[in-house]
Ligand binder design. Structure first.
Ligand code: KG4
Ligand code: ZN
Length: 337
């Protein structure tokens, strides 16, 4: 089955084509306009999707060397995400499926991230643990089987990527902040400043224990630390602040996954989402994987950040199992897992 998938849940306009298990193309247009504002402006994101959706779909089709009429199904992210952004992709997919007379399938964006380590062969097979760490979400999920997910924990305030972006802003770095903080942190000492790690009451009884996260306290601690510094000191300590913040955030993620793995000792753990591009984080999880003896999977960076290949992979699973969406499919901003 030749499948066209569309992803427009946030600020990436993306389209991908898959034929069976083979990814034929993966086209992404990142919206640079948001850099001016230090974060995604929903109204501008929707407008940019409207402008880019046709060129990106055409790019994905031409890279796959397919014409529109050779597509057997159309998939699109229906949520969670920014409602105006989702509307563009969903409406476009519905129009195309209607015109071509082929099945339509709405895909959950988070389920897409769960499939992102399986776009290429050799990914984890259920049951496994997946940590989705992006600008919008921080979720720890037990993948019992494909299509059967148990949310073990999620952030109670900021997402991990959001914390990177906000700390980047505090340090005067450009958006998106994650890559900028990571680069600056390389020149710093991760143990220079003891920023606090959130301690959540995660023990609601052994069977329904939560493994939640919290990053707003850490972000605020960085803000207060920077406010107290004279301007001349800030320049000297910027790299140490970046490295110490990154270290505290990574430790919080690693500690929680460690606890969850003790209760759900899966053979594999997968990392997904934009923050999973972070190399220091990957090294920390590699150490945990040796300690806890699980196989660690992380997608290559292009599949960590938002993309349509992961939506295609999830759609392919559901289409093969006979799932279809009606043409009345509507965006849904809720988690939906
Ligand atoms: O998955 P993604 O593209 O979009 C969402 O669904 O949110 O993730 C984007 C987030 C941003 O917050 C960005 O700062 C963060 O991922 N990010 C990183 C790195 N690369 C991207 N965070 C830490 N280190 C990185 N190298
Ligand atoms: Zn995402």
């Amino acid at each position: 089955m030749r499948l066209l998938a569309i992803e427009t849940s946030c600020d990436e306009t993306a389209a991908a084509v898959m034929n069976g298990a083979q990814l034929l193309s993966n086209a992404i247009a990142t919206q640079e306009i948001h850099q001016l504002y230090g974060g995604v402006v929903p109204e501008l994101a929707s407008r940019a999707h409207v402008q880019r959706i046709v060129p990106i779909v055409n790019k994905a089709l031409s890279q796959a060397r397919l014409a529109q009429h050779e597509i057997d199904a159309v998939a699109a992210t229906y949520g969670p995400g920014l409602i105006g952004s989702l509307l563009v992709g969903v409406s476009f997919a519905k129009g195309l499926a209607l015109q071509l007379g082929v099945p339509l399938l709405g895909v959950n964006h988070l389920e897409g991230h769960l499939f992102s380590a399986n776009i290429k062969p050799g990914g984890p097979e259920p049951p496994f643990l997946s940590l989705i760490i992006s600008g919008g979400h921080t979720l720890l999920i037990y993948v019992r089987a494909w299509g059967q997910y148990k949310i073990l924990g999620q952030t109670q305030d900021d997402a991990a990527g959001e914390a990177f972006d906000k700390v980047a802003k505090i340090l005067g770095l450009a958006y998106p902040g994650g890559p900028a903080v990571e680069k600056l942190a390389m020149a710093g000492n991760a143990l220079a400043i003891g920023f606090p790690q959130a301690r959540l009451k995660n023990s609601a009884g052994s069977s329904n224990r939560r493994f939640d996260f919290s990053f707003s306290g850490l972000k605020t601690a960085v803000l207060y630390f920077v406010r107290k510094l004279p301007a001349s000191e800030l320049d000297k300590q910027r790299a140490d602040i970046a490295a110490s913040f990154q270290n505290a955030l990574i430790n919080a993620l690693v500690d929680n996954v460690k606890l969850a793995h003790e209760q759900f000792p899966a053979r594999a753990v997968a990392l997904a989402g934009g923050v999973a591009c972070n190399r220091t984080l990957r090294q920390a999880f590699a150490r945990l994987s040796e300690q806890r003896e699980f196989a660690l999977h992380f997608p290559e960076p292009i599949f960590c950040t938002d993309n349509a290949a992961m939506i295609a992979r999830a759609a392919q699973f559901h289409l093969a199992n006979g799932k279809r969406s009606p043409l009345s499919l509507a965006p849904d901003p809720g988690l939906g897992l």
